[in-house]
Design a protein around this ligand. Structure first.
Ligand code: PLP
Length: 485
């Protein structure tokens, strides 16, 4: 055997050598984040063009592979960990989370069954119970980890569909027979993953009813009730409502209690999308955001959004795990084990068979920071967002466009002498592009009622008051520059 061409794996010495080197690389990277542009200055295809079209036939030296991280990969990086990353809902990784990911790939557990990963199955239960207590989700709720909120919500809506009496959708499917149109209710501010789940599950885009919102972009419960009643009278089948705690554009908060009462009365599954906002309920004075959650059937919270746990990890809780299991459990002979009666096999609760050891990073993060530590950081983000919004409110040429419920500020540049909406939209789009092209700050935008709105999201682990101040100075400067042109 030619050892040069064929390698089984690294020797322990080699692993130690490159492992230490990788850890040094990561430590330096995290320490030097601010020396990088937040988003790279490159064009589509630039990175691909630096890479060979064919895979290497023979083994390549680790030295070369590591060198290529700096040479090829880093020029194409958008730095989500950067303190000046203030776009979307930023998700930052923390060092304990990074170390847990490292360990998770070393252990390489596939937790499909209790037997294939007992520690993985049981740590998932324990960490999800911890998170549940931290957030204030009451006891009948049972949790499972999926990769993303989109997938968590897909499972919620699948369970809601499974719960519809008499239709036997699991067995008979949705085609080749006559069934009433199924209806799911949310608002135009709900995340697109809800409509995508409806597409995937055969509900269709037409099955998604957008309930009107109030002036703070919250679902109006009386409008929800009206639509449900009307749909029933025309023979449709209302089966699911999705309420959001922290919508993607403006972080609005749907009135959970009132929506929950309607769903309980109407026997409709209520799913709560708290992918971003949910972790804020760890803070004692923010607990109110989840008032009424006991009326829900399921809720999703993403530790990878605002809890410093590396992407991906989404915590899904439901009061009805038996319905979820009914929807998905299908046990092939070779997956049966002696412990099936006493232990949980997580493959029974979803589409996927294999599952990563994701609870490990949640465990590391919760233990390293502690509930108090996480509370302090989240509270500080909210304080910084409020501070930023005060600067916006005090500056006559800017206009705040939504309440600051969490750590996101929605605003636009609006000089008093410009009133035409089209012109304002163009101005704000230009402003966004100039800011982001600078590489010094990364913010994002949304459009509400045809108005182009800028969003600053302050949820990065490394973002401090000085970064928020600098961001404000830069936004103002770029805005004034535009005006002088
Ligand atoms: N729900 C809300 C409110 C979101 O803002 C997002 C993404 O930003 C999602 C769901 C989807 O999250 P994921 O990327 O984990 O699927």
């Amino acid at each position: 055997m030619n050892e040069k061409k064929f390698k089984r794996d690294m020797s322990p010495e080699e692993f130690r050598k490159y492992g230490y080197r990788m850890v040094d690389w990561i430590a330096d990277y995290l320490n030097n984040l601010e020396t990088f542009r937040v988003i790279p200055s490159i064009n589509p295809g630039d990175i691909k063009n630096k890479l060979p079209q064919n895979p290497p036939v023979n083994s390549q030296p680790m030295e070369d592979i590591i060198d290529d991280i700096d040479r090829v990969i880093m020029p194409g990086m958008t730095h989500w960990n950067h303190p000046d990353f203030m776009a979307y809902f930023n998700s930052t990784s923390s060092s304990p989370g990074i170390l847990a990911e490292f360990l998770s790939s070393a252990l390489n557990v596939n937790g499909m069954l209790w037997r294939t990963g007992p520690a993985s199955a049981e740590l998932e239960r324990v960490t999800l119970d911890w998170l549940k207590k931290m957030i204030g989700i009451p006891d009948p709720f049972w949790g499972i980890i999926y990769d993303t909120a989109s997938v968590s919500t897909l499972h919620a809506i699948a369970a809601a569909r499974e719960q519809i009496p008499d239709l036997q959708l699991r067995q008979k499917g949705m085609t080749g027979r006559t069934i009433p149109p199924l209806k799911l209710y949310c608002t135009a501010h709900t995340h697109s993953s809800i409509t995508k789940a409806a597409i995937t599950l055969g509900i269709g885009i037409d099955g998604v009813r957008m309930v009107p919102v109030d002036s703070d972009f919250r679902m109006i419960p009386s409008e929800l009730q009206q639509r449900i009643t009307m749909d029933r009278t025309i023979g449709s089948l209302p089966f699911c409502v999705v309420a959001t705690i922290g919508t993607t554009s403006t972080t609005s908060i749907d009135p959970l209690q009132e929506i929950g009462e309607i769903c309980s009365r109407e026997n409709i599954w209520l799913h709560v999308d708290a992918a971003y906002g949910g972790t804020a309920a760890i803070i004692p004075e923010m607990k109110y955001i989840l008032e009424g959650v006991e009326l829900a059937d399921s809720i999703v919270v993403n530790p990878h959004k605002w809890m410093f746990t590396p992407i991906d990890i989404s915590a899904f809780y439901t009061k009805k795990p038996d319905v979820l299991k009914n929807a998905f459990s299908l046990v092939a002979e070779y997956l049966k084990t002696n412990e099936d009666k006493e232990a949980e096999n997580l493959m029974d609760y979803g589409v996927q068979l294999g599952r990563r050891f994701r609870s490990l990073k949640l465990w590391f993060v919760i233990r390293y920071f502690g509930v108090e530590g996480i509370t302090i950081i989240l509270r500080e983000h909210i304080r910084l967002a409020k501070l930023f919004s005060q600067w916006i409110d005090a500056y006559p040429k800017f206009e705040r466009m939504a309440e600051v419920n969490f750590s996101v500020v929605c605003f636009r540049f609006h000089p008093p002498d410009i009133s035409e909406e089209k012109q304002l939209n163009e101005l704000n789009e230009k402003l966004l592009n100039n800011i982001n092209d600078s590489g010094k700050l990364f913010i994002s935008h949304t459009k509400i009622n045809d108005k182009f709105i800028l969003r600053v999201s302050i949820a990065g682990l490394r973002t401090e008051e000085k970064h928020v101040k600098d961001a404000w100075i830069m936004i103002r400067k770029e805005a004034e520059k535009l005006l002088s042109k």
